[in-house]
Design a protein around this ligand. Structure first.
Ligand code: I3S
Length: 128
């Protein structure tokens, strides 16, 4: 059985380095400020950490490292958004509270995996 067979710890679905910028807060447009972010998809949340150099896939655990911010994926919307940037491989995540993020990777396969994995979580929450 898994180390969490009682289901009390949310499942870590994915973790990795993406470029991130927040473009809206509560529906209000923000100025872009791209920076690398260690992104962790765990349970119903996408969690962002600063300083990716000091992060490892296991360091998201409570107490090890403090997240910069976190996004509730329930009711969120995901769209490819290459028209919103000169960068390639950009998607936009919009939360129910009107926060909008762009996430990007130079690696096609990697960004597609992230898109699919996040969309799967959103779909699962929509069915609940
Ligand atoms: O969509 P924008 O406003 O052209 O986005 C670019 C700017 O935010 C720019 O910052 P300054 O306007 O402060 O110089 C950023 O450095 C660029 O990265 C933004 O565009 P991309 O195309 O990289 O998303």
């Amino acid at each position: 059985s898994s180390p969490d067979s009682d289901g009390c710890t949310p499942e870590l679905e994915k973790a990795g380095l993406l470029n991130k910028t927040k473009i809206a807060e509560g529906g209000r447009k923000l100025r872009k400020n791209w920076s690398p972010s260690w992104v962790v998809l765990v349970g119903n949340s996408l969690v962002f950490f600063k300083d990716p150099k000091s992060q490892t896939p296991s360091s998201w655990k409570p107490g090890n490292s403090r997240p910069e911010s976190s996004v509730d994926l329930r009711g969120a919307q995901l769209h490819w958004a290459n028209e919103l940037s000169s960068k390639k491989n950009v998607f936009k995540l919009r939360t129910v509270t009107g926060n909008e993020f762009l996430l990007q990777s130079e690696t096609d396969s990697l960004i597609k995996e992230w898109y699919t994995t996040i969309q799967n979580v959103i779909d699962r929450l929509d069915r609940e």
